[in-house]
Design a binder for this molecule. Sequence first.
Ligand code: AMP
Ligand code: ZN
Length: 430
Amino acid sequence: MFWQKQAETIGRKTLEAFQLERLQKTVRAVYDKVPFYKNKLNEAGIKPSDIKSLNDIKKLPFSTSDDLRVNYPYGMLAVPRDNVVRLHTSSGTTGKPKALLFTRNDLDNSAQLIARCLVMTGTTKGDVLQNMMTYGLFTGALVMHYGAEKLGVLVIPSGSGNTVRQITLMKDFNTTVIHITPSYALYIGAVLKEKGIDPKKDLQLRRAYMGAEPYTEETRARIENMFGIDVYNSYGLTEMNGPGVGFECAEKNGIHIWEDMFLMEIIDPETGKEVPEGEKGEIVFTTLQREAMPILRYRTRDITRAAAGRCKCGRTHRRISRIIGRSDDMFIVRGVNIFPQQIEQVLMGIRGIAENYQIVLESYDEMTVRVEISKSLYDGNIEHLLELKATVTDRIRGAVMVKPKVELLEPGTLPVSEGKAQRVIDNRTL
Ligand code: AMP
Ligand code: ZN
């Protein structure tokens, strides 16, 4: 039932003492080793010795995704380059990506956290986990992979896509657990139905770990019924290792954040001040045991709230609600983070395309880009502009890795905005 029982059920007082010690160490390390942080702390008038209580974290400056980009590739490294054994990058970037570097201990810690998550939801040695996240620079697949291996689970590194092969693998190797995005789970469910395969009878699936994008309680229920399985919400972000930052336990009543690894705060995104207990705000993390790239007070932009009370499972690590939304304009399709500016950049580089566009989201696996063509191109008809439409589709796919549905529109179709344009029309319910 527990992977690291002592750490998972640690008393709050002991945990807080541990957090303070690690926070002090972390601040000292970045001050000494990372010029970027040294400058930032100096500017804020803070010395590492000023951190005397956990509350003093509020004196520290925030870190943002822009800070990571500016310091790409090695600027935030706090250990010699030779001690780094892994690179991951994050999706959803314009220009430079965010590079995250890990030492062997960092990777071991991330694998331990995954092992905790798997054990807490009933997975054991003997289970077969089919890992349907994208392998590569993303954290999603690899971090889960090594964590599951650490536990002694048989991992099938099937990656995402190629649904027919996924189904064959699930059948042939008696897959019991899948790691998947909700949008892909819904898609596989539909394909199984089409092929007359009843997952409840014809497959051995017991549970799914589902994350990388927001989804509702209703979507969880739908997928649970479709497959006859338990679905657990998995929350993470590249900057904090990827998966394994937070995970639901068997109670399915909030996401436990592993607070011995990540110090969590929930703040008002406008003021930067802590919100009252239980109110919604942006979750901010400070790494407590990172060697290669410690990060102070990282602004995730994810909106959630802390859940009240102790969990029945016995773990003392606090829980948060499902991610309710984001405080910036990033959106997620097929598990990929996308900023409207990325689409805009592509559109502005194509001749014949005007500046007015909209991104319409009806589901988590598709986006529609509606864009006006330029007046000079318009001859009363747009049906024949197939080549232009193909160019827009291909360029967007090249930039964000998701193929959009593209609608070309007559000039003047879209509303002209006063002030901030509403570029993203998100009709998905959450
Ligand atoms: P990435 O760094 O590409 O792994 O993306 C991380 C982002 O994906 C997070 O900041 C969230 O916005 C989103 N995300 C990850 N897991 C979940 C989840 N379980 N529910 C909602 N959003 C999630
Ligand atoms: Zn619990």
